[in-house]
Design a protein around this ligand. Structure first.
Ligand code: G3I
Length: 320
């Protein structure tokens, strides 16, 4: 049978997963599954500010570089994640006493060091992650507090200077449907496009559950309005929790999960500007959701990297 990657490549599409250096370095089955199934990967944690830049004058690229080498060897495209976020910041940033110009200089130096190191090698960057609250207001993070709302466009401009060839994304959650937050992101994008702020796409994380997820119709509407601005969309971090409804049988859970994945992927493939479908992990053996519920099983492959019903449903949609 063909793999997800082979089917994706036939239609010029990307199917991928988030990967972590830790299992990557220890588990051959994990590496094999990545190489077989996916043509795009996102480092789940290894390119976050805290990991790459633990002290003001010290960068640590080792683990990120090893993931990059693996990707190059297997002709896998890389999404860089993430340059400006409110989490996973090192202490020196979080606890520093910055004035506006100083923090702008910190942000610029970080963005330009990281983006230029991987110039021509990282195809897509999540430049700014999760800058808005669900009600559309700016998230009250250190960047907003010290620099003000213009930190977002500055980040895009500085990333573009460092690698004009990379696609630059704004990434967030609960923004796939027509919501207050996605309206706000649409308005920001329209403003950026009208003022030539270099933004290429919007990431929809899609950490969802079988009990509540966006209708494919709403996703289509949102894809179309973003497409009209000339923007791409990628589904960047999808996982589907199944354990909310404790009454469901295991078969039920797997069937509902398969439907959510398939419905989402077909909405994406229905519009030309949706270019990638990425899950937040390779298989159920390693997922951050297990920190909350050790029995959670949110991904396409199981504990042994064998295909689940969701995998087959995704495959059927890719074949259409
Ligand atoms: O690796 C260290 C380990 O050395 C240390 O002993 C341990 C003690 O805290 O921490 C380990 O690091 C943890 C890391 O995951 C790896 O397991 C961090 O504490 C923990 O905060 C980190 O969580 C990650 C989280 O982002 C915060 O960066 C999750 O794995 C990751 O799945 C999650 O991903 C986010 C996306 O970046 C943005 N969208 C939402 C998504 C889910 O929250």
């Amino acid at each position: 049978a063909p793999t997800l990657r082979q089917l994706a490549e036939r239609r010029g599409f990307f199917v991928g997963a988030a990967v972590n250096y830790d299992p990557f370095s220890k588990d051959a089955a994990y590496r094999q599954a990545i190489a077989d199934q996916f043509n795009i990967l996102t480092p789940e944690n290894d390119m976050k500010f805290m990991r790459l830049h633990p002290e003001k004058d010290r960068y640590t690229f080792d683990q990120a570089d090893k993931l990059m080498a693996f990707a190059a060897e297997h002709r896998i495209t890389v999404r860089g994640h993430t340059l400006v976020w409110h989490r996973s910041l090192p202490k020196w940033v979080e606890e520093g006493q910055w004035d506006k110009e100083q923090l702008k200089a910190v942000m610029k130096e970080h963005i330009q060091t990281v983006v230029s190191r991987y110039k021509g090698k990282i195809a897509v960057w999540d430049v700014v992650n999760e800058a808005f609250n669900d009600d559309g207001s700016y998230r009250d993070n250190i960047w907003h507090k010290v620099i003000g709302p213009e930190y977002i466009e500055l980040a895009f401009r500085w990333a573009h200077e460092a690698d004009p060839g990379a696609l630059l994304y704004y990434n967030d959650y609960t923004n796939e449907s027509m919501t207050t937050k996605s309206n706000r992101i649409y308005e920001m994008s329209r403003d950026f496009r009208s003022r030539q702020v270099p933004i290429d796409g919007i990431g929809w994380q899609m950490h969802v559950r079988t009990m509540n997820y966006a209708s494919p119709d709403k996703m289509k509407q949102n894809l179309q309005r973003l497409g009209a601005l000339g923007l791409q969309v990628q589904i960047t971090e999808m996982d589907v929790k199944v354990n909310d409804n404790k009454d469901n049988t295991q078969d039920d859970k797997m069937k509902r999960q398969a439907d959510v994945y398939a419905g989402t992927l077909s909405a994406c493939l229905g519009e030309k500007n949706c270019t990638a479908f990425i899950t937040w992990g390779v298989g159920d053996k390693y997922t951050y959701l297990k920190d909350q519920d050790p029995k959670e099983q949110p991904l396409l492959l199981d504990e042994r990297f064998q295909s689940k019903p969701a995998y087959h449903a995704v495959m059927d949609v890719l074949k259409r």
